[in-house]
Write a protein that binds this ligand. Structure first.
Ligand code: BES
Ligand code: MN
Ligand code: MN
Length: 459
């Protein structure tokens, strides 16, 4: 049976306090990619990441882009014939608002009950950082690594990774690798290490409905002028049928049958609908008829309203017929749906269903391809052994409802297989107030990754 190498384990234990302190420093930088007032902070986080890679023993460069910078770390001293792995992560974070709902400040990391609370603790700074420290352990203890390593840290993941695919295309020689490893997801349950078999893709739209040139008195005009808020409501109601299926013609054409073996293995996971409902804090669960909750989350596409805006929303009543209405609508996609094709279908559908008397415009904000893992080969086998060594039990294979836009690009541009092993947990509040990462998962995850490089080289 594989064990966590004792020399690396001892190093990480001896340096526990320092590692923790550095992680806290990283988390104190409010690197919110969505807000331009934080642009200096994303640069600071990129530079911090590069310094941390440098201290670990890699050479690191901060590459400016048209958006937030990309950080590339390199260490290429492995013996001839060794593999080259690329570790991807993101140093940007989601906005922390609403701030008043945080128990402790979002950018002041605080440990309570073994949970490290801070924006970015689990998504993704904590998980990116544990990779840097696993590399540091190898390089400080042994002065070498059994694989060549490239670390690619971006600052635009939370806003759709707009500039990353072109960066990869322009730096194919720099980034060429045999495999990609990513920790930006969660384990299925505490103590249960998990390897991802899929991610959903994304196609994100803004729908604007323009009615009269300005707001109107709803008594003087209402009933005789088309109301854009009502028009938008009608439009949104056409997106699903009564069975919860998406009613956009052609939407499911590219949806690929899920491999029977993966579905079967999915059914064997310990999952309780009621527990999930309670964790979501929702009065009931819903979705497409004929599918289990995990199938709905992992294997089926969605089309969901993410935001709505129109008319008077202040205190009390105001009789007004709004001039315009707006909705943010995002579709989660599954293999082999293509975000650009979905954009075409969405636009054609909305052009058909938009009532006369208003002008409807659709803007595609960003997209990402869905992804499905290979789940075989030396990298996958090494991950099994490394996770089993660190966590004391074999990993399970899980799916994922969320998206990491660049993942599909790694295969497409670099031709490299991707392994997703995450160390978050259900209920970790990613993107929400009181985001946390389990300190135990941070510590154990760091050891699992340190072990992974030995295991990959040994077989
Ligand atoms: N780390 C997440 C992806 C993820 C979500 C993995 C849930 C596992 C569980 C990533 O940072 C993320 O939030 N992605 C966005 C992508 C979007 C902004 C383009 C998402 O899924 O909404
Ligand atoms: Mn993430
Ligand atoms: Mn995220």
């Amino acid at each position: 049976m594989t064990l966590v190498p004792a020399d690396l384990d001892a190093y990480l234990t001896a340096n526990d306090d320092r590692i923790r302190g550095e992680l806290f420093d990283f988390l104190r930088i409010p690197s919110v990619s969505a807000r331009s007032e934080h642009d200096a902070d994303t640069v600071r986080a990129a530079e911090w990441t590069a310094r941390s890679l440098g201290a670990a023993g890699l050479t690191a460069t901060v590459h400016p882009t048209a958006g937030h910078p990309v950080v590339v770390g390199e260490w290429r001293g492995a013996p001839p014939g060794a593999q080259t792995v690329l570790v991807y992560g993101h140093y940007d974070v989601q906005p922390a608002e609403p701030l008043e709902l945080w128990t402790s400040p979002a950018f002041e990391p605080t440990v309570r009950d073994g949970r490290l609370y801070a924006r970015g603790s689990v998504d993704d700074k904590g998980q990116l950082f544990l990779h840097i420290k696993a590399l540091e352990a190898h390089l400080k203890v042994r002065g070498t690594l059994p694989v060549n390593v490239i670390v690619l840290a971006e600052g635009e993941e939370e806003v759709g990774s707009e500039h990353l695919a072109s960066f990869i295309e322009q730096h194919v020689d720099l980034l060429r690798c045999d495999a990609v490893v990513i920790s930006d997801s969660a384990m299925f349950a505490p103590g249960l290490p998990s390897v991802l078999s899929s991610l959903r893709g994304l196609a994100y739209f803004q729908i604007d409905v323009q009615g009269p040139a300005q707001d109107l008195h709803s008594g003087s005009y209402g009933g005789a002028v088309v109301n854009p808020a009502m028009a938008l409501a009608r439009i949104l109601a056409t997106l699903h049928d009564d069975d919860g299926r998406i009613a956009i013609p052609g939407f499911y054409d590219a949806v690929d049958e899920w491999p029977a073996a993966v579905r079967e293995q999915m059914r064997s996971l310990p999952f309780d609908d009621e527990h999930f409902r309670a964790e979501a804090g929702s009065p009931a669960l819903g979705g497409e008829r004929g599918y289990t909750v995990l199938e709905r989350l992992w294997t089926r596409p969605t089309c969901e309203v993410n935001g709505l805006l129109s008319g008077y929303t202040g205190e009390g009543a105001k009789t007004v017929l709004p001039a315009r209405a707006m909705a943010k609508v995002s579709c989660r996609l599954v293999p082999d749906q293509d975000p650009t094709e979905i954009e075409g279908l969405m636009k054609a559908h909305l052009a058909r269903v938009s009532p006369s008397g208003v002008t409807t415009t659709v803007t595609h904000l960003h997209g990402g391809r869905p992804w499905r893992a290979e789940l075989k080969g030396p990298l996958f086998e090494a991950a099994r052994r490394a996770l089993a060594a660190a966590f004391g039990r074999e990993p399970v294979i899980t799916g994922e409802g969320g998206s990491i836009p660049v993942v599909g690009d790694f295969g497409r541009i670099l031709g490299a297989p991707v392994l997703l092993v995450g160390f978050g947990l259900p209920g970790e509040n990613a993107h929400a107030p009181d985001e946390w990462m389990s300190m135990e998962n941070f510590t154990t995850g760091m050891r699992a990754i340190a072990t992974l490089w030995d295991e990959l080289a040994a077989h």
